[in-house]
Design a protein around this ligand. Structure first.
Ligand SMILES: Nc1ncnc2c1ncn2[C@@H]1O[C@H](COP(=O)(O)OP(=O)(O)OP(=O)(O)O)[C@@H](O)[C@H]1O
Ligand SMILES: [Mg+2]
Length: 271
């Protein structure tokens, strides 16, 4: 703990906490998640208290089963906590009806997954346009926004390619474009480089750093300290609890790291 993060507001009531840090884009207090199974209860998260401010770039780390994905699913409003408080950009999401929750999630959060999760029969552009279906835009407006998102991740020339016609890094970039297309304030990425080789991983981190430089708050899960080194803050989970929360005073620049890596082999692509 280099900046007093772990001491901030611990044990104080929710209203005071929010007042103490009204800027937090994510305010989580004593959040728990229990999974009830025939064999017994799994305490996946045990009273996690954490604030994330706009513009942060957080690496969530910890052993397998420590609760990282459970935490990401809760803060991404994909699942509901068993108990505790969660304010997303000041909105108490626990009190929202299911469709209101979906709306908040769609507007505020973009998701990136380890396995890309692109639809195989659709082009990159088709995949990127999917989250806009509920935005009430015209077909042309959706197309233009989709192409702009693909441009933002350097994939403007791959709009018509299906996932199988792209490299792993390109597929992950298309997934990032899809996460971006509704203009979210937060990107949540659960092991976004888990299926990528080391150079491609750094390329993906370079894009995430660029988005972060434009003000998007980013939270990633990673098992690799090499990848975490590009983030501004490390949060480590163990057995459903946060055991370390530390500012990275000198995050690595992925763009600089790429410049030092040997030149890329030309990519051979199926047509
Ligand atoms: N749907 C579920 N039902 C029951 N138990 C679950 C469920 N999802 C997760 N768990 C349990 O909750 C705990 C936390 O799981 P979680 O997926 O959050 O771990 P993780 O830190 O993301 O691990 P990994 O690094 O392997 O992805 C684990 O003990 C897991 O077995
Ligand atoms: Mg996980």
């Amino acid at each position: 703990m280099l900046n007093g993060r772990t001491a901030v507001g611990v044990g104080t009531p929710s209203a005071e906490r929010t007042e103490a840090n009204p800027a937090a884009i994510i305010h989580v207090e004593r959040l728990t998640k229990d999974y009830v199974l025939a064999a017994g209860i799994v305490h996946a998260l045990r009273a996690v208290t954490l604030d994330v401010n706009p513009g942060e770039f957080v690496a969530i780390m910890g052993a397998s089963g420590s609760g990282k994905s459970t935490f990401m699913n809760l803060i991404g409003c994909l699942d509901r906590p068993t108990s505790g408080t969660y304010l997303l950009d000041g909105i108490d999401v626990a009190n929202l009806a299911r469709d209101e929750l979906a709306l908040v999630r769609n507007r505020k959060v973009g998701f990136v997954f380890q396995g890309f999760n692109l639809l195989p029969r659709m082009s990159a552009l088709g995949n990127v346009m999917l989250p806009m279906i509920y935005a009430g835009l015209s077909g042309e407006a959706m197309r233009n926004r989709g192409l702009a998102a693909l441009d933002a991740v350097g994939l403007g020339d791959r709009a018509d390619h299906r996932p199988a016609q792209m490299s792993g890094g390109q597929q992950q970039r298309a997934a990032i474009a899809r996460a971006l297309v509704n203009g979210p304030s937060i990107i949540l990425a659960d092991e976004p480089t888990g299926n990528l080789d080391s150079r491609t991983s750094v390329e993906v981190m370079a894009i995430l750093q660029q988005l972060n430089a434009h003000g998007i708050t980013i939270i990633i899960v990673t098992h690799e300290s090499d990848i975490a080194a590009y983030c501004k803050r490390f949060v480590r989970f163990k057995d459903g609890r946060v055991i370390q929360d530390q500012t990275n005073l000198s995050p690595r620049s992925a763009a600089a790291a790429l410049a030092e890596l040997p030149a890329e082999e030309p990519e051979v692509m199926a047509s």
